[in-house]
Design a binder for this molecule. Sequence first.
Ligand SMILES: *[C@@H]1O[C@H](CO)[C@@H](O)[C@H](O)[C@H]1NC(C)=O
Ligand SMILES: *[C@@H]1O[C@H](CO)[C@@H](O)[C@H](O)[C@H]1NC(C)=O
Ligand SMILES: *[C@@H]1O[C@H](CO)[C@@H](O)[C@H](O)[C@H]1NC(C)=O
Length: 115
Amino acid sequence: MFCLHIRGVLLTLSLTATALSRLHPECEMLFQLEQEERSCLRLIEEQSNGSAEGCRPFWEAVVCWPRADVGETVHRPCPAFFSPFKNSTGSVSRNCTSAGWSRTSPPYHIACSVD
Ligand SMILES: *[C@@H]1O[C@H](CO)[C@@H](O)[C@H](O)[C@H]1NC(C)=O
Ligand SMILES: *[C@@H]1O[C@H](CO)[C@@H](O)[C@H](O)[C@H]1NC(C)=O
Ligand SMILES: *[C@@H]1O[C@H](CO)[C@@H](O)[C@H](O)[C@H]1NC(C)=O
C-alpha cells in the first residue's frame, strides 16, 4: 500500500508529516493516527506513576483510553480512522471496574458503522 510505503520513508527520513500529507491527502489519516498514538503514549507515560488505583491508560490500536477511577465511564468518539469519508458521530465507552476495564460498548463495528 502506497501510504504504508510512504510512512516507512517518512520515518526513515524524518520528513514532516504535514508536508507529506499535503502532497498525499489520502495518507493524512495514517499520519493523524500516528500522531494520536504518539500523544497517547506520552499521556500514558505521564500518568504511569499516578495512583495505583483505577484503570491504567492504554492505546488500543486506534483509540486512546485515559486513566480512570473505578466506577468511572469513559466515552471516546469513534476514531476518524473508521470512516474517513463521512462524519462519524458515534462513540464508544468502557467502564472502569475493580476488575479492570470492561469491554468496549457498543462494539466498534456497531458504534462506528465500519463497513
Ligand atoms: C512521577 O515521578 C517523577 C519522578 O519519579 C516525579 O517528578 C513526578 O512529579 C511524578 N508525577 C506524578 C504525576 O506523580
Ligand atoms: C463534517 O463536518 C464538518 C463540521 O461539522 C463539516 O465542515 C464537513 O463539511 C463535514 N464533512 C462531510 C464529509 O460531511
Ligand atoms: C457501564 O456501567 C453502566 C451502569 O452499570 C452500564 O449501564 C453500561 O452498560 C456499562 N458500560 C459498559 C461499556 O460496560
